[in-house]
Design a binder for this molecule. Structure first.
Ligand code: GCU
Length: 603
């Protein structure tokens, strides 16, 4: 018998939670009326930030953001976007012009857009991602700034935007700083630019700001969640409720809103559960006054039980692969649906049911494609290596990126784990920093598992012991270990024993070796495909003896760009640990892992 428990939102924690999320972004911008601003933008390369500072190094009020034109022949204007080079948006600049391959600094972007402004509508400028620091100007005036290269942000431009032509200028700066997230050294390319889509969103003043719809963790056969409405109008009766519709489940419920425009619901229903084998997505529509939002959401449960990971109540082994966000179609950052489809099809072809999206939140196209194609996802913020763990400002940058990641993707069934960090050196400050991030993640989303990739294991008489104190904070322990590449010989790995002191699931989140595709020789010869294959054979034999292991995501699907890999004629600024070359050609190890997963899937 269907029952419906509709309760207005309790205040307190939920309000804090909602406010924290509400400050971040309109949920599901793809479902909103929008002007898409993707295409060719004017750009000015500005290594000395001359378009921002005057010669006294003070912020100038005549900067490039004014997009000034000489009013008469005697006027002095020393820039002109219209006659400057163009760059594609979305797209990193490094791979669009060889002069920019190694460029780190500021590039100014400009384009105009034309709208017919409506007084009953709100307008926001939305960026899928800008790496790393963005300063946004509209019609010559600063709107706001954003820091962080892999998460979406939007700014309300309802006041500043005007009917007719508007001039949008963005100062993008990708230079690295020690107090950033990530910090100055990473084993990936520092692709700068407006790397994901840009839109002008238009929506009613009274609108649906955010929502979370999921399977109850505690009650079998119950869908629960919440909706947050902005500019909630108390007068009119219709405005007191938001409507949730899931046609395939015969759900169409009007949910009362509390005085803050928040509603919570629990609805008895029995959806087909989402899984890699059956990635069932339901059309979920939310209606509030003139606002309608459409989403596609899968419903599943994910828990840990002892050393097991339970998907929909059944223990699952994660047959994974790590992926960096580089396009299989062109050089540089991936961002499109087509990029996502190809990368995840490669993962499926390999026999995967799981992908580790390293080391930062990938595009929304990627996680929505994982929902559609049926791949479980590890999603991660770039708290990578040795960030400044005792700096509160650095913590707030990490927390902000965590909030933006969870806010964007909390309705994606494919995502089962939020990863707080990768290979961070053990210290009290680091434990506190990551412990706080884990707590924040659990506050924002109590439904998913918390993990981190750890690379410090102790050696006890030849046995590798998982004993990083971070293991007691996470739900699932990720272990990065490069037996046969950075330590020991490939042949020694098969007999390497491991022990875990934690009754928790463990994932081998990285192992692997470099190989230049097409370079063949004896398996003792480093950089050959045979050497890499020997590392895989021996590590997989080792993994078979790790009884507490519940998954692996070897490093990595495809060769990727890294400034740390200069070896001429072998690396040439490529990290060669891919199972596929940078051209997508399979190496010997691809077949080894594929065969291993075929067997594993049959277990
Ligand atoms: C590290 C790190 C990766 C890096 C890899 C490597 O474990 O997590 O980002 O690319 O090893 O050295 O190739």
């Amino acid at each position: 018998m269907r029952y419906l428990k509709l309760t207005a939102f309790l205040l307190g924690a939920c309000v804090a939670l909602t406010n924290a999320i509400a400050d971040i972004a309109i949920q599901n911008p793809d479902s909103r009326n929008a002007i898409i601003l993707d295409g060719r933008w004017d750009t000015i390369i500005d290594p000395y930030e001359n378009g921002y500072y005057n010669h006294r190094y003070e912020e100038s009020d005549k900067g490039y953001f004014k997009n000034a034109k000489p009013a008469n022949p005697s006027d002095l204007v020393e820039y002109d976007f219209a006659r400057s080079p163009k760059l594609n948006v979305p797209g990193d600049w490094n791979t669009q012009d060889e002069k920019l391959f190694l460029y780190e600094g500021t590039i100014w972007y400009h384009r105009d857009f034309d709208i017919g402004k409506k007084t009953d509508q709100k307008y926001a400028i939305y960026f899928g991602a800008v790496n790393y620091h963005a300063t946004v100007y509209l019609n010559g005036k600063k709107v706001d700034v954003h820091e962080g290269g892999f998460t979406p942000f939007q700014f309300d431009i309802s006041e500043q935007v005007k009917s007719g032509v508007n001039s949008l200028v963005v100062k993008v700066d990708n230079h690295r700083e020690r107090d950033q997230i990530p910090t100055v050294n990473t084993d990936w390319w520092n692709y700068g630019g407006i790397t994901r889509s840009v839109k002008v969103l238009q929506y009613p003043k009274a609108h649906i700001q955010d929502y979370f719809v999921q399977l109850s963790k505690t009650e079998e056969g119950v869908l629960e969640g919440w909706v947050k409405v902005e500019n909630f109008s108390k007068e009119n009766a219709d405005a007191q409720k938001v409507e949730l519709r899931i046609p395939e489940l015969n759900i169409s419920q009007k949910i009362p809103l509390n005085k803050n425009g928040e509603a919570k619901f629990e609805i008895a229903t029995k959806p087909i559960l989402w899984s890699p084998e059956s990635p069932k997505l339901y059309t979920v529509d939310l209606h509030y006054m003139q606002d309608v939002v459409h989403d596609k959401i899968g419903f599943r449960s994910i828990q840990v039980q002892g050393e097991n990971i339970l998907l929909n109540g059944k223990s699952v082994f994660l047959r994974g692969i790590s992926i960096h966000e580089e396009s299989p179609l062109h050089a540089g950052r991936a961002w499109s649906e087509e990029d996502a489809r190809i990368l995840l099809t490669w993962a499926k072809e390999l026999g995967c049911n799981f992908v580790r999206l390293a080391h930062y939140p990938h595009s929304e196209s990627m996680v929505r494609m994982a929902d559609q194609m049926g791949l479980l996802v590890w999603s991660e913020i770039p708290v990578y290596w040795t960030v400044l763990f005792n700096n509160p400002t650095v913590y707030s940058k990490a927390e902000n990126q965590l909030e933006e990641m969870i806010s964007r993707d909390k309705n994606r069934a494919s995502i089962i784990m939020w990863s707080m960090a990768n290979e961070t050196p053990n210290s009290p400050a680091r434990l506190k920093f990551i412990g706080q991030l884990a707590q924040k993640a659990r506050e924002l989303d109590s439904t998913r598992l918390i993990t981190a990739a750890l690379d410090t294991q102790s050696d006890e008489n030849g046995v590798k012991a998982i004993d990083d104190p971070l293991s007691s904070i996470v739900d699932v322990i990720g272990v990065n270990s490069y037996c046969g590449w950075y330590a020991a010989t490939p042949g020694s790995c098969a007999s390497l024993k491991w022990v875990s002191r934690y009754r928790k699931p463990v994932i081998m989140s990285e192992f692997g070796a470099d190989a230049l595709q097409g370079l063949h020789g004896d398996k003792a010869q480093r950089w050959t495909e045979e050497y890499q294959a020997d590392v895989y054979n021996n590590n997989l034999a080792m993994i078979d003896n790790m009884s507490f292991l519940r998954g692996l995501s070897p490093w990595i699907l495809k060769d990727f760009r890294s400034p740390r890999r200069p070896l001429p004629a072998v690396q040439d600024f490529w990290n060669r640990k891919g199972l596929l070359s940078d051209k997508g050609i399979k190496k010997k190890s691809w077949y080894i892992l594929h065969d291993y997963y075929m067997k594993k899937a049959g277990d």
